[in-house]
Structure formats: structure tokens, C-alpha cells
Ligand binder design. Sequence first.
Ligand code: ATP
Ligand code: MG
Length: 572
Amino acid sequence: MPVAKRLLLYMKPYWWRILLAALASSAYGGLDAAFAYMVEPLLKKIFMSKDMFIFSFLPFAIILIFVFRAICRYLNDYFMNTAAQLAVQDVRNEIFRKNVFLDLQFFNRNQTGSLMSRVVTDVAAMQNGVAETISGVFRDSIGLVSLLGVIFYRDWQLAMISILVIPFTIYPASVLGKKIKTTARKGQDEAGYFASILQETLSGIKVVKAFSLENSMIEQFTRANLKYYHFTRKMIKYNSLSSPISEVISSLGIAAVIFFGGSKVMAGKLSAPEFFSFITAMALVYSPLKKLIGAYGTAQRCIGSSERVFEIIDAVPEIVDAPNGYTLTPDDNRVEFKNVYFKYQDDYILENVSLVAEKGQMVALVGPSGGGKSTLVSLIARFFETSAGQILIGTHDVREIVKDSLMRHIALVDQETILFHDTVANNIRYGKPDASDDEVIRAAQAAYAHDFIIDMPEGYQTSIGDRGVRLSGGQRQRLCIARAILKNAPILILDEATSALDTESEQMVQRALDNLIENRTTFVIAHRLSTVLHADKIVVLENGSIVESGTHLELIQNSGLYSRLCAVQFNS
Ligand SMILES: Nc1ncnc2c1ncn2[C@@H]1O[C@H](COP(=O)(O)OP(=O)(O)OP(=O)(O)O)[C@@H](O)[C@H]1O
Ligand SMILES: [Mg+2]
């Protein structure tokens, strides 16, 4: 569907505002023509018949007309802009709704800053564009048509001469409009890029400082900003060209009309008041024409932004719920990987991985960094689609399971501890939105987080920063663990869940986790091997392949990678 049509569909629910705005702007546009038309009778009555009544009435009439015009203008601007704002609000909600449902792969491919700039800047450009274009089209086309009516009524031959130039103004406008659209599009892409730099710098400000990257960041930002300027400069150039070009061309029309019209008046074929009325209408006619041409440029710019917005709205998640998907039951606890292959981009990250976690078992994944451990567990939650092979939960392929049910079935404590800008209690409650305060506190106690939480200024109601900046690494981890405990899901995934804790708290949290792990199928990823010694099965992953698996004792006897890792860590 063409972009413009789609935009109009968003306006549809607010049709009555647009209708009111259109009526007001039509009246506004029509008044100019009425004014130009009135020049002739007024000049006749006042200067030729010396009608004093009309003369004294005239100033009031002028004020009245302008007051009416002002009211129309206000109504038009108010209703048109609110309609555009409401429509754009819907667009913004939709883009956000679509965005959060997209796959992780999409976010791997697109920079956060660029996505943010679409929601913020592009949507704002759409709003301006829509409001300006629609009210412009009503006001100026009514103005144009009615003024043309006046000039044709006054003298059709002169009118023909004056409109001869119109096609010559339209051609450069359409060329400029196309240029504006492509430039706007590129400019917005560039704006997205510098928004990314801004977002990364601010969220990584600590690293920026630690490595004295301030100047290099400034340089990057300045460069991106300059590049953006290059596009805006072009846009300014095209925008600024449109008025002068149409003015110069229309001056040809005015010159011709003055020459031919003047000759007609002198030859007595046209009265002077008629001629002045004509000239007034004609002088006024070029203004809506110019504005319509300008509105075309604005519309093109708006379309450029809309394209960027619709790209996201139209993005289809690759991972979709199977129709009539299966809903997991608490008994579906067995997890099996069957010859799984997976790649993010070109290279396989996991190759021919097969492993079984029986119901209630604890499976530990160990091995060198970058081996694919986090990737492997993320496939259980179907964050990404496998390239080949199967992952079964119970007896069902994850692709057959209703996504919601799958997510309810799995509690994940990720390697990255993500907390939201909210209270401590609410951050824990993400694990179970309807949990009572009591449940939240019990979960926090189990995660050994209760003590430090009540020491905070407002306890559970303390607001933590957008990345929980006011908490230590270990405290953040304990909140994330509390969240998972509260979720109480049959499958538990702990990715380096206790890595930031000191030995003592790790042991305590470990004990809490041991309680939790009972009767649950658990995947534990840990570099500290002491935490996985008692796992039912230890799987050693290296370069995306399973190189060994078995219990601690079996693997030690194997004298493979695991026993070497143990030797290093336990010093024996
Ligand atoms: N989102 C991603 N996009 C592309 N490649 C990725 C992505 N995440 C991880 N990788 C790559 O996949 C490989 C495995 O990463 P993964 O995070 O699974 O390792 P890991 O075993 O969990 O390592 P660690 O012990 O350091 O956490 C790495 O080479 C990494 O570069
Ligand atoms: Mg990892």
C-alpha cells in the first residue's frame, strides 16, 4: 500500500476533527477570493460614486473579516494538529508494540539508537508533515480555485495569460520534491546513527571514562552530526529554492498581465476597478500556489520518515507461534537437544549438539568462554531458531509450543543482570506480576537479598536506576535470582547466576538455589566449578561442540578438558 494512503488510514478515526479543520481552512482560503472580488465594487462605490456610507462602513468590515479569518485559522490549526497528534500517537504505540514483539535477531541487526530515533524523531516528522500538508491542501487549494474563479470572472483572456506560468512552477517543484524525499530519508538514517552514538555513550559512560574515550566519542558524534548536517543542508537548499523559483516564474505572469491588462484599460476595454480586482486576485493566487508547492516538499519529507517507521511496523518476527500450538503441563520437564546446529550469522556457533536433561536433573554446562553455553540455553527458550536439529521439552518440539506457555515454563537468570527503572519490589515482581508483597519478600529472602533491601532508604519501595546503578553487581544478581525464584517455573536456567557473589554469599545463595532446583530441570552455567560438582551431569562445551559429558567423577577419570580445568581451579 502506498505510504501516503497508509498515513491517511491512521487519520481516519479522527475524521470529524479533520472535517472541522477542513471547513475552517476552506472558509479561510475562500476569504481571500471574496476580498479580491470585493475590490471592484468597493473601488467603484467609493472612488467613482463617492458612497460615504460604504466608505465609513469599510474599516469595520475589514476588522470583522480579519477576526473571522483568525477564528477560522485557529480552528483549523487546533483541530488539524490534534488530529495529526492523535494519529501519530497511534503510530507510535504501534511501532513500540511491534518492536517489542520482534525477535532478538532483529535487535542484533539494528542499533538501539536508530530504533529509538524512529520512534521519537521520525514519528514527530510524520506528525508535522501530516498536519501541515492536509490543512495546507484544504486551505490553499480552496484559495487557489476561488481566486482563479475571480480572475476568470474578471477577464478570461488575461486569466489565461496568468495561468500559463503555473505548469512551469509545478515542474521544478516535483523535481525538488523527489530530491527532498530521498535526502530526508538518508538524513534520518544518519540521525539514527548519531542517536546510536549518543545512546551507547550514555549507557556506557563508565567505560568511556575509564578508558578516557571522551574525546574519541566527541569526535565520532561530531562527525556523525556533521554528516547529518550535510543532508539537512541539502534539504534546506531544496526547500529554500522552491519559493524563489516559483516567485520568479510567477513574476513572468504578473509582468505579462500588467502589460496586456494595462493596454486593455488604456484602450477602454476594461475598467480600472476591474483591473485592480484582477491584479489583487492574481497577486493573491500565487501565494496558495507557492504554499501548495511547499506542502508537496513537506509531504515528501513526511513520506521519507513514514517509510522508516513502516519498515519496523512491517517487520515480521521470524519466530512465530505455531497455529494450535501445544500448551506445556508441569510434567513436561525433560529437555532434549537432538543434533542441534545453530548460527547467528555465517559461522556455526553450535554444531551437532545432543544432550538430555531428564526431569528434575541438574545439568551443568562448563567450558571455555565463547564456547556457546549461553547460546545453547537461549535456544531452550526459543530466543533464536535452530538451523538444524530439534529441541524437545517433554515430547514436544519447542517450535510446536505456544510461546507464552514456553516462557511461563522457564525461569532464566541471565549472565547480564537486567533491572528496570522501578522499585525493588516491582523488579522482583516481574517474575510473577500478581505476586503478593509477602511472596516477593519470601523470594528475596530465599535469594539472600532481603537484608540489603531493608537496609535501603525505602526498603522494597526504593527506586533503582535504569540499569540498577545504585546496586552492586552481587546485589543485582540476587535480585535477578529472587525474580526467578518468584517465577517458580519447572525449568530453571542459571547463566553465571552467582558469579558476582563473594564465596560466603555464594554458598548461601547456592543453598537457596539447591532448594529451588529440587524437582526442577535445571541448566547451570558456571565457570566456578565448585558450584557444579554435584550436578547430575556435567557437559563440557568447547567451540560449539560437546567434548565430554558425565558426572564429576567420571569426567575426572576421563582426564579430558574438564579434569584439566579442575586441576587449575582446585590446585591439585
Ligand atoms: N547475539 C550474538 N550475535 C552474534 N554472535 C554472538 C551473539 N552472542 C554470542 N555470539 C557468539 O557466539 C559465540 C558463543 O557465545 P556464548 O555467549 O554462547 O558463549 P559462552 O559459552 O556463554 O561464553 P561465556 O562463558 O563467556 O559466557 C561467541 O563466539 C560469540 O561471539
Ligand atoms: Mg555466556
